[in-house]
Design a protein around this ligand. Structure first.
Ligand SMILES: [Zn+2]
Length: 383
């Protein structure tokens, strides 16, 4: 199944949250049968004989994406929501995919393949092991997790696309899921929706997108259109034409597009947390010898600009050390929830500062060790 990994959207990266999927694959989680017994009681298990359309769609999907079908498929009565879900456990257990009756009414055979491929991808990519934003109070962490959750949907859409082998049907499936409308009600013209996406972009930011677990269908459609232009997509189907972009290029185009829609709130918030930790951590390193000479102060000021003055003025207070300890504790606890890439960058920058500043090396290393400990970075410190 790992061959599908290369189609992942690059922001769909759980290692940024300290999650190692390989570890989960090794330690297979006990199978929980309560969910299955509930499904067997209340839903219809799909078989080719009784549900030929769904049965056929499932067969085609597994043929196309070349993985073994070890899934249970169910249809459940729901006439309001066109929906599909995948209950995911570890890769060692047998996953269940549930489709609503409304979904089956609404979708053509090909569109169903898109939806099924999408759900299968959630299992293949083990998205259920990602952190759950519902349990998180910290605003910045919650936003980062939602960002990951939306990225996971983009990855799953790509497998849905490979599973149905048609851009048009993938787009139509997305449109139907978003609008709830059946064929007889709409003329499908993707360019119209790209216009709607541009209108959304022009607004500068959409907080409903920022706080959503799923990307807007407009982003998803744009993402699929670009995916259809990649070398990787053409290779998958052994097409003669080569494709205009590499998947990497498309990922980057998508990053920009998504940022235009969500706005820069998350980026600004991540940056703010990073910079607070950097300035208080640096100050602690400068003070390792309990001195802060004029030369050091100038150095510190040239590094941190106007923010440095505020930090330096704190040192003039009688309870300076207590205040600084508190600032460090708060700012590094916040920074401990940043993405791994950001934390690594912070550690590297603090190390560079440790190396450049004067004073006893052992004392500086000890401070760095303390800071890394709050950050939850386990690597031994040296510079
Ligand atoms: Zn999904």
């Amino acid at each position: 199944m790992d061959f599908l990994d290369k189609y992942k959207y690059h922001k769909d990266d759980p290692s940024e949250f300290g999650i190692d999927l390989k570890e989960f694959k090794k330690n297979s989680i006990e199978l929980d049968n309560s969910h299955l017994s509930n499904l067997l009681t209340n839903s219809v298990r799909v078989s080719r004989e009784i549900l030929p359309k769904v049965g056929k769609a499932i067969e085609i999907v597994f043929e196309r994406i070349k993985i073994e079908n070890n899934f249970n498929f169910f249809v459940t009565a729901d006439n309001n929501q066109a929906n599909a879900s995948c209950s995911l456990m570890s890769s060692a257990s047998r996953p269940d995919i549930v489709l609503t009756s409304r979904l089956i009414e609404l979708m053509s055979l090909e569109e169903l393949q898109f939806v099924i491929g999408h759900e299968v991808a959630h299992y293949v990519y083990q998205h259920a092991l990602y952190p759950n934003h519902n349990n998180i109070e910290d605003r910045n962490l919650k936003l980062n997790i939602l960002n990951l959750s939306r990225a996971a949907e983009i990855s799953a859409d790509r497998i849905g696309f490979l599973a149905c082998a048609s851009l048009d049907d993938s787009l139509r499936a997305n449109f139907k899921l978003a609008s709830g409308l059946s064929d007889k009600h709409f003329n499908f013209k993707p360019s119209t929706y790209l216009d709607q996406l541009r209108d959304l972009e022009d607004l500068g930011k959409s907080s409903s997108e920022l706080w959503s677990t799923h990307p807007s269908f407009l982003i998803r459609m744009q993402s699929l259109i670009w995916f259809s232009m990649t070398k990787e997509y053409h290779e998958f189907f052994d097409r003669k034409s080569k494709g205009t972009y590499s998947l990497n290029e498309v990922d980057e185009k998508l990053d920009k597009k998504i940022k235009k829609v969500t706005g820069d709130e998350l980026e600004t918030s991540n940056k703010d947390i990073y910079e607070k930790a950097l300035i208080w951590g640096s100050l602690d390193i400068y003070l390792s010898d309990k001195k802060f000479s004029k030369v050091e102060q100038d150095e510190f000021a040239s590094r941190f600009g106007t923010k440095a003055n505020k930090a330096i003025s704190l040192l003039k207070m009688s309870s300076a050390r207590d205040m600084l300890d508190k600032k460090i504790d708060v700012s590094f606890t916040e920074a401990s929830k940043l993405l791994k890439t950001e934390k690594t960058k912070l550690v590297d920058e603090l190390k560079a500062i440790g190396k450049e500043t004067g004073g006893d090396k052992m004392k500086k290393l000890k401070i760095l060790g303390k800071l890394l400990n709050i950050l939850g970075v386990k690597n031994p410190v040296s510079f």
